[in-house]
Ligand binder design. Structure first.
Ligand SMILES: Cc1cc2nc3c(=O)[nH]c(=O)nc-3n(C[C@H](O)[C@H](O)[C@H](O)COP(=O)(O)O)c2cc1C
Length: 351
């Protein structure tokens, strides 16, 4: 079995700012998947939850790819309490080769940050997305209702406003922009500027916004509100906006959220729909809800709490965790696709 080839396909999974926070230790038929906290130090990645979502997506890809090569996988999450960074051990067992309708989508799935065409989802599309995560422990809210879209677009706007008003969030984003093809190819991580699909005037202004002191100064003239306005428009251009809710807020819950997310995203890719996550704020909501306000100003803490309260009231969320927010719709393909670090650089193999 060539585990490396299977992993090579699976690492097409999404991760926050394309940080790819993982490494692999292979012994025989077993892979240990290890989180790398140093890869994603964003305030959004509170308690590694954004990275755990990425690991969940990776595990879902692994299950799909393995099945098409005649393996089933047994996943044990967090098998050793003394090793919290060990997200999972995955045992590959020989089984029947099974065609999987989502397999081709593992290669094709990507983020599309363009404006979408605003047309509603058909009933068939809606059902396909809803059934993609049936049997998984979570709840999907998918709304194309104008009023609810406007409400969630306001939350997506707040997400981007915070990035331009919080130094940690701002620096982390700009440290991960790859400004040229060469830089993208050298690092094979981060956000290739072309994947942002910025419209011409924004594309000219964007490099200037790299410098935090300038952004802080421009915020007195409302630059963060302009950025927020763009995010709102993008969200409103979508066919529907989605939320993934999970039963708890433990590490395994977030891995599970990542599996659900990946299934939805793969199904969307399979039927030709575009997806973008608009989700940093959901991690801040949970952080603040748990009483951890470090790294945030008092006005932002209030805005984040209020956003959570309003989502909970509108969608009847009581004990569940609001894990992920995304937009979905129809659009031209993205201008570029993100690269990945070769698995050879991430793997150790013990005979
Ligand atoms: C937990 C998590 C949070 C993310 N948040 C955002 C986001 O708020 N905005 C965005 O445009 N992309 C977001 N992404 C998408 C990543 O930037 C994207 O997956 C990564 O750059 C790789 O690109 P790809 O999805 O095209 O493969 C997020 C991904 C994950 C896993």
């Amino acid at each position: 079995m060539d585990l490396r080839e299977i992993l090579e396909e699976a690492v097409r999974a999404p991760s926050g700012d394309n940080c790819q926070p993982w490494r692999f230790e292979v012994t025989g038929d077993t892979v240990r998947i290890i989180d790398l906290p140093g890869r994603d130090t964003s305030l959004f990645n509170h308690r590694q939850r954004a990275s755990l979502v990425a690991h969940g997506a990776l595990l879902e890809n692994l299950a799909i790819v393995a099945s098409t090569r005649g393996y089933t996988i047994d996943v044990t999450l967090f098998p050793d309490v003394s090793e919290p960074e060990l997200v999972a051990t995955v045992l590959f067992r020989p089984g029947a080769i099974q065609a999987n309708p989502l397999h081709d989508a593992v290669k094709v799935r990507c983020t599309n940050r363009r404006r979408y065409d605003g047309s509603p989802l058909t009933d068939v599309e809606r059902r396909a997305i809803a059934s993609a995560c049936e049997g998984y422990d979570g709840r999907l809210i998918l709304t194309g209702n104008d009023d609810e879209k406007a409400f969630l677009a306001g939350i997506a706007a707040l997400n981007d406003r915070l990035v331009f008003e919080n130094e940690n969030l701002h620096s982390f984003l700009f440290d991960h922009i790859r400004w040229s093809d060469d830089e993208a190819r050298q690092t094979r991580d981060g956000l290739d500027i072309k994947t942002l699909d910025l419209a011409p005037p924004d594309a000219l202004a964007f490099p200037l916004l790299k410098r935090w002191p300038l952004v802080r100064f421009l915020n007195s003239f409302g630059i963060s509100r302009i950025v927020a306005g763009n995010a709102r428009k993008l969200a409103l251009s979508s066919s529907a906006l989605g939320l993934i809710l999970i039963p708890g807020a433990g590490a395994a819950d977030y891995v599970n959220a990542g599996r659900i997310l990946e299934r939805i995203w793969l199904e969307a890719a399979r039927i030709g729909l575009s997806v973008q996550l608009t989700t940093g704020i959901t991690f801040l909501m949970q952080k603040v809800l748990e009483g951890d306000t470090s790294g945030l100003t008092a006005p932002h803490i209030e805005l984040i709490s209020e956003a959570r309260r309003k989502i909970a009231a509108r969608f009847g969320v009581t004990s569940e965790t609001i894990a992920i927010m995304f937009r979905i719709g129809k659009s031209l393909p993205p201008g570029a696709r993100s690269l990945r670090i070769p698995v050879a650089e991430l793997i150790t193999i013990e005979q």
